[in-house]
Design a protein around this ligand. Structure first.
Ligand SMILES: Nc1ncnc2c1ncn2[C@@H]1O[C@H](COP(=O)(O)OP(=O)(O)O)[C@@H](O)[C@H]1O
Ligand SMILES: [Mg+2]
Length: 233
């Protein structure tokens, strides 16, 4: 008999294990196993200071994550396992993080969106096509040549979403995407976030926005008292 190959623990998009963060002597959180479901919108809630931003940034490879591991299925269909920190290159391409207050480079909106594709060495013609599609998707074609410091809060948020989507990530981590918006700007961002989820991406968003929490099919995670409840109702 041939030994069975190690089966993935779940059919999750990826699974993080041993995710913990201490602040001085206090454990902010200690999460044994955290599977990220495929093609799902997840809302992450918890009181201020619970560690929500820290958690997403660790998964995005933007904060130290000593001792944590990550498991995923490689392009060849085989199970992969590696330390979370530093984030494996194969995952860096598949995960996008959007800051609560997105930082845009002091160049045109178009260049801001193209930046990540250039960094990947994509051909100029293909970059133009992808950026055009992302601008149209986010409804920001009219500001494509504008400097970011002249944009409204809602436009900045939509540029940041377009900059993330253009990379075609499997997992988007969004930190309070609507918290600084109201009225039409907020509705536009909610519509874009729900489209990302409907496209089959996994979207994990920190948010308190009832309209996002109530999107169809949303899964709720709650961080509190050092634990993550992934079956929160
Ligand atoms: N670099 C840091 N050094 C020390 N404490 C930090 C640091 N970053 C965040 N914290 C603390 O960690 C806790 C969680 O922060 P954060 O992840 O921003 O929470 P949330 O997003 O849930 O409001 C807070 O008490 C915050 O003050
Ligand atoms: Mg936060």
């Amino acid at each position: 008999m041939t030994p069975a190959s190690p089966a993935p623990a779940t059919d999750a998009l990826l699974t993080v294990r041993g995710l913990q963060r201490r602040i001085g002597a206090r454990a902010l959180f200690d999460i044994d196993t955290l599977p990220f479901p495929r093609a799902t919108a997840v809302v992450l809630t918890g009181v201020n200071g619970a560690g929500k931003t820290t958690l997403l940034r660790m998964v995005a490879g933007l904060e130290p994550a000593r001792g944590a591991t990550v498991e995923w299925t490689g392009d060849d269909g085989r199970p992969q396992r590696a330390p979370l920190d530093p984030l494996p290159p194969a995952l860096r391409r598949r995960i996008a993080y959007m800051h609560q207050h997105p930082y845009l480079f002091r160049t045109s909106v178009r260049e801001n969106i193209a930046y990540g594709l250039r960094a990947r060495g994509m051909h100029a013609g293909q970059i133009e096509r992808r950026v055009d599609a992302a601008l149209a998707w986010a409804g920001i074609e009219h500001v494509q040549d504008t400097e970011p410091q002249k944009l409204s809060g809602g436009e900045i948020q939509r540029v940041a979403l377009a900059r993330a989507k253009v990379l075609e990530p499997d997992l988007l981590l969004l930190d309070e995407p609507t918290s600084n918006l109201d009225g039409r700007a907020r509705e536009q961002v909610i519509a874009l976030v729900s489209e990302l989820a409907a496209e089959g991406r996994t979207v994990v968003m920190i948010c308190h926005d009832r309209d996002l929490i109530n999107l169809p099919g949303v899964v709720r995670w709650k961080l509190g008292d050092g634990r993550l409840d992934t079956h929160h109702r």
